[in-house]
Design a protein around this ligand. Sequence first.
Ligand SMILES: C[S@@+](CC[C@H](N)C(=O)[O-])C[C@H]1O[C@@H](n2cnc3c(N)ncnc32)[C@H](O)[C@@H]1O
Length: 328
Amino acid sequence: MRTSVDSDAPTPERYVAFADVEARGMSAVYESWAHGVTGDPGTVALIDELPPAKRQPNLVFSAARYQGAPIAPYGVFRDWLHAHWIEVRATALAHATQTNEAARCALHLPVLAGIEGPLALLEVGASAGLCLYPDRYSYRYQGHAQLDPASGPSPVVLECVTSGPVPVPDRLPEVVWRGGIDLNPLDVRRPDDLAWLDALVWPEHEDRRARLRAAAAIVAADPPRIVAGDLNERLHEVAAMAPAEATLVVFHMAVLAYLDEPGRARFVRLVLELPGHWLSVEARSIMPGIDVRDDIENDSTDFVLAVDGVQRAWAHPHGRAIRWVPDP
Ligand SMILES: C[S@@+](CC[C@H](N)C(=O)[O-])C[C@H]1O[C@@H](n2cnc3c(N)ncnc32)[C@H](O)[C@@H]1O
């Protein structure tokens, strides 16, 4: 199987790797578009007008869909892309991949519920902050009764398949403070930001699109404070804003891949200096210093969920499944 390639690789190589590794089984539309680009020098030439970091398939396809690209066979998409390239290029240059998936809260909840509260949640790489509201969503863990907020069932219901001894709680944690840091915080109250988040959801994933809208409405009614800046530069300053009487939990998901190795190592040093707990959910190759439990069955795309630097579970990247890892 091909593996993903870095941003210095030639565009056809990046697109075929995206088709075969990321899109296959996840989006037939993106798989076919990416294969189409790979064999289409005219479209590769357009994409190569972008700086290497902006040529990533997910960004280019999202930018196209943000501008109204039809969900259609590659030939139709290609003609549309060539006719609208100026707008698509401007969108790709002005935006970044900031997919925000509320369903990831189903991964966090078993950990958060086991920490003495009340909780102060600080998410680094928060995007629009949809993962800062684990207490406002309902949960259906396989084999367990639906778990609802104290105020009753939520319009956002997160389904999660479980394996192993997942400590599914019987009530949701109390969250008294939420804060975030992001290079480019998105605000779900702004129609353009919401439209961009929508474009980042892959074409066939209608359940995720519906969840995005419902979670955005919850967040818009009580927006979090997300400060703009680099997570390493602002971590301690934002952590100091949390109320001292609450337990601080710093968490991140699908974020540290954006940092280089020294940046990741610096983050680990900084987060370990803080009181409270550190919850990370990242791809297996990303986290420095965490012993990965390959002795427990997992899918090659699963993320490592770790608490204070110790792996506790294998996690589906979109929060659809969690496999708890017993103590070694
Ligand atoms: C893929 S999104 C994940 C959003 C959210 N954690 C989730 O799971 O839904 C990654 C986010 O990390 C942010 N990010 C990347 N590098 C960052 C950095 N050095 N400092 C702060 N935020 C960063 C990006 O802007 C983006 O919003």
